[in-house]
Design a binder for this molecule. Structure first.
Ligand code: CP
Ligand code: NVA
Length: 349
């Protein structure tokens, strides 16, 4: 997301909300009063999108496959056991061949350099579906969820209508409400999800408070921090090691697994390093979070980083957040893959 301006990010979110409203299954053709406005774009008609995934995925894969279907196209799941890449073929050659037959590549990789290499050699646009450093599409879904729930943070706002009948009859797009500046706390490992928060939230007016263990391996690597500083995001980031201090005044508390994919061998060491970092009601009460704080998690979730009371409780927005992976990825596919002219690698405008 560091590559997108706040205005571009906002356009992706607005488009995601629009696609969500017009793609609802209860919108049968006969209820589409403004027909064309109520149809999702068919910009992927007759197009194929490669899902080049070298790691597991539930949400990102489902979101991509279902979004491509709604846009009239087809997503091809290419897992590491399916294709030659990594065994008999280089990233460079695979990028050229896959890009020669598909109109977009959505890639989940190990080291971030693989995404850079794919983008360098692919003749079609490449979107990051998660790398060692970043997880941009996750933060788009988080932002959509926060905007849709803006009333939870601002008593002057009314909730967005969710009644299917109302949405089906609504003649116009119901826009996303503005979000007041929030204090967002992240308690846990400095990994891909947090890194995209660091380069995004401060630029759109939110303050970030982060707690992670002091060891440099649990702090943002230089490649990430350089982007944070370049974008002047550091001015709105507080970073310490005490989870209670981090949640002070927090409107939203976020965490992620302590053991990201590929770090399984470090399990014991990590469980020890993160003792005391579990998100609980008690932690947030003692730390002085806003009494109405809400909870986000990218999933998959383990109990060690957040207990059941929070995860399944009324503060938790985690399942609407997971649902929103679909609409935000659909917006990106439409804008980047669907409306892309042959021969041009356009940015979202
Ligand atoms: N949040 C997320 O990326 O989930 P998956 O790994 O299941 O895609
Ligand atoms: N940090 C986690 C995110 C999973 C969606 C990982 O990389 O495994």
């Amino acid at each position: 997301l560091a590559d997108l301006s706040p205005k571009q990010i906002s356009r992706v979110l607005t488009h995601a909300r629009y696609l969500k409203q017009v793609s609802q299954p209860w919108l049968q053709p006969q209820t589409r009063t403004e027909l064309d406005l109520r149809m999702p774009s068919q910009s992927l008609f007759s197009k194929s999108i490669a899902l080049l995934f070298s790691k597991r995925s539930t949400r990102t894969r489902l979101a991509a496959e279902t979004a491509a279907t709604l846009l009239g196209g087809r997503a091809l799941f290419l897992g590491s056991d399916d294709i030659q890449l990594g065994v008999n073929e280089t990233v460079r050659d695979s990028a050229r061949v896959i890009g020669g037959m598909c109109q977009g590549i959505f890639a989940r990789v190990g080291d971030h350099s693989e995404i850079e290499e794919l983008a360098k050699y692919s003749p079609v646009p490449v979107l990051n579906a998660l790398s060692s450093l970043w997880h941009p599409t996750q933060i788009l879904a988080d932002l959509l969820t926060l905007h849709e729930n803006a009333h939870l943070f601002d008593s002057t706002l009314k909730p967005l209508p969710t009644d299917p009948g109302y949405l089906a009859r609504a003649k116009r797009f119901i826009p996303l409400p503005e979000l007041r500046p929030l204090t967002i706390a992240y308690v846990g490992d400095s990994a891909n999800v947090l890194h995209d928060m660091l380069v995004t939230y401060p630029r759109i007016g939110h303050n970030l408070r982060v707690a992670s263990p002091e060891d440099a391996k649990y702090r943002a690597p230089k490649a990430v921090w350089d982007r944070v500083v370049e974008l002047e995001c550091d001015k709105r980031i507080w970073w310490g090691k005490d989870p209670k201090e981090a949640v002070q005044g927090a409107d939203v508390v976020v965490t992620d697994t302590w053991i990201s994919m590929g770090q399984e061998a470090e399990k014991e060491e990590r469980l020890k390093a993160f003792e005391g970092y579990q998100v609980t009601e008690e932690l947030c009460r003692q730390g002085g979070a806003n009494p109405d704080w809400k909870f986000l998690h990218c999933l998959p979730r383990k109990q060690q980083e957040v207990d059941d009371e929070v995860f399944y409780g009324p503060r938790s927005l985690v399942f609407p957040e997971a649902d929103n992976r679909k609409w935000t990825i659909m917006a990106l596919f439409d804008m980047q893959f669907g409306k892309w002219d042959l021969g041009k690698k356009e940015q979202v405008e």
